[in-house]
Write a protein of this length. Structure first.
Length: 400
């Protein structure tokens, strides 16, 4: 299931090496939309969409000791993350947030990989890793401050070893590579993980990260959530081979995992992190998943993809998949699911109340930290802005 650069192991080609075929569907408005037909890529899978456990000689060992309690924990993580995400989407629609990037459908990729991390590992996210943030102990309400415009992130990156969200596409992979090179020079046995999407995989920063991490044998895992749509651009418009095979050209292993299978994501990420800690260098993990919703709340996915595709992926829902396994294995009863539903609703209420009670930012904060030692032009602009703000007070005093 992996692609290794050594001559002793030839890379295994995925069925997705042949770009997925496309067709068109016509909506009620008569607009033609691209519909990608389903492919069956070679990928690591431990749980089928029906919730059946399948064996894998390479990766079973990494989840062999998992307990029913831990399985319920993974399920709880995914359910609460989805509930938080849904609440954030609703808040944006009601004008409480400026924008929101939903993770709907990608819960297994994020929770599985997030729970594979140790406390001393360091995470470099993009702006959609709400599930990973949950695993790192970041309060969900803190994630929303930036999207409400009241802060620049809302948490201390070093408090949870979880960096602030990165809006510039792909740049965090360079940050992760540099940090990992530093970890190696310090002689630490911790690892670094960088998250990015299939769209970011086309950025030059990502290619540079691959180059430097390979040359310096950096202990970094590149975790690509291939949700198949870079805003409105399908993956096959960006690459002629499966994304995980790109690692081969840079001299390190790549593996494609079923991104809707939380157990497989947990196992593969543990394997990749173990390689990093053992001094074996970087790994590219491609979590093959699907973005069920819009790219962000400013996007309308019905303009570029059809219902048939979305419905086919709904049948592979990561949460339903694990629930089926839990029920079939008698690892969870109705009482567990009922309690979790109540906890989920309580989380939604807490997040909503927290967002609405966030204080407005100091209007003058925009002038802070522009220059390390200050600047005359910034001082002048601050004074002009202060005069502008004071003019409103003058108008109110005059009763106009």
């Amino acid at each position: 299931m992996t692609v290794d650069s050594s001559a002793a192991r030839k890379p295994r080609r995925s069925a997705a090496g042949k770009a997925g075929t496309t067709g068109t569907s016509t909506g009620t408005t008569g607009t033609k939309r691209t519909t990608k037909k389903s492919v069956d890529p070679e990928l690591v899978q431990l749980l089928t969409p029906e919730g059946k456990r399948v064996k894998n000689a390479e990766y079973d060992a990494y989840v062999a000791g998992i307990t029913p309690e831990e399985l319920r924990g993974l399920y709880r993580d995914m359910v609460l993350t989805r509930r938080f995400d849904a609440e954030a989407t609703s808040l944006q629609r009601q004008g409480e947030l400026g924008l929101w990037a939903s993770l709907l459908g990608q819960e297994a990729a994020q929770i599985g990989s997030g729970r594979a991390l140790r406390d001393d590992d360091y995470v470099f996210p993009t702006y959609r890793e709400h599930g990973v943030a949950w695993c790192r102990g970041v309060d969900p309400a803190n994630l929303l401050g930036m999207f409400r415009g009241v802060n620049n992130g809302g948490w201390d990156p070093n408090g949870n070893n979880f960096h602030l969200y990165t809006i510039v596409i792909g740049s965090q992979t360079l940050h992760a590579t540099g940090y990992a090179m530093g970890v190696a020079k310090d002689g630490a046995d911790s690892a670094v993980i960088a998250y990015f999407g299939d769209g970011a995989s086309s950025q030059g920063d990502v290619a540079e990260s691959f180059t430097f991490s390979a040359v310096y044998n950096a202990p970094v895992v590149f975790f690509c959530q291939n949700n198949q749509w870079a805003i409105s651009e399908p993956t096959e418009k960006q690459t002629r081979v499966p994304l995980y095979q790109r690692a081969q050209g840079f001299g390190f292993p790549g593996v494609r995992v079923d991104g809707n299978d939380v157990l497989a994501c947990l196992a593969v990420t543990k394997w990749a992190l173990e390689r990093a800690r053992n001094g074996e260098g970087p790994t590219l993990v491609e979590a093959y998943t699907y973005r069920m919703g819009a790219h962000t709340t400013s996007d309308d996915p019905t303009r570029y993809r059809g219902d048939e595709e979305r419905q086919s992926w709904e049948a592979k829902d990561p949460i339903l998949r694990l629930r089926r396994f839990l029920e079939a294995s008698n690892h969870a009863d109705e009482g567990f699911f009922a309690e979790l539903e109540a906890e989920s609703e309580a989380l939604g209420r807490r997040v909503r109340e927290a967002v609405r009670s966030m204080p407005d930012p100091d209007h003058f904060a925009i002038f802070e930290n522009v220059y390390a030692d200050g600047h005359a032009l910034v001082d002048e602009e601050r004074a002009q802005f202060a005069a502008y703000q004071a003019s409103f007070a003058d108008v109110e005093a005059e009763g106009v």
